[in-house]
Write a protein that binds this ligand. Structure first.
Ligand code: 4NP
Length: 150
């Protein structure tokens, strides 16, 4: 799960997906990172922590980190929140097979639309509810895909 700061959208996405992976008994490693170095080592934004907690998910211990080229070796899929994340992520690697690991997360729930998860950082609390709902639906689709791959 990748966004810009790794303190709002991608940690929420990580928490949601980890929760669903656990519920469904799948064996999948989930992580998150930011394309920027702005918030390395920092906890998620307090609004992201509070919104996740509302849905029974604890992301308070996550720590921000920056996406690196090695992530393209470690992980099968790199899910990004918006077009800017997409461009920054694919720029980290040369290899076309690695670039192809990057996908817009909302293409899971709204295929082919290349919709972005709006950055809630500069907005109010309601932005975080919207982000939560978008990510929750996308992760439901991902879980179905992962189950069908078994
Ligand atoms: P995120 O939100 O990419 O969803 O974690 C942001 C967090 C911080 C900043 C921008 C977006 N920032 O500019 O510091």
């Amino acid at each position: 799960m990748v966004c810009l700061g790794n303190i709002c959208r991608s940690p929420m996405a990580q928490g949601i997906l980890e929760h669903k992976v656990e519920e469904s008994g799948l064996d999948v490693e989930v992580d998150s990172a930011g394309t920027s170095d702005y918030h390395i080592g920092q906890a998620p934004d307090h609004r992201a922590i509070a919104k996740s907690k509302e849905y029974g998910i604890d992301i308070s211990q996550y720590k921000g980190r920056q996406l690196v080229a090695e992530d393209f070796e470690e992980f099968d899929r790199i899910l990004v929140m918006d077009t800017s994340n997409y461009n920054n992520a694919v720029a980290l690697v040369e290899d076309e097979q690695k670039k192809a690991k990057v996908e817009m997360i909302l293409n899971l729930s709204q295929p082919g639309n290349n919709m972005s998860v709006p950055d809630p950082y500069f907005g109010g609390e309601e932005g975080f509810e919207n982000v939560y709902q978008l990510l929750d639906h996308a992760c439901d689709v991902l879980i179905k895909e992962l189950k069908s791959e078994r």
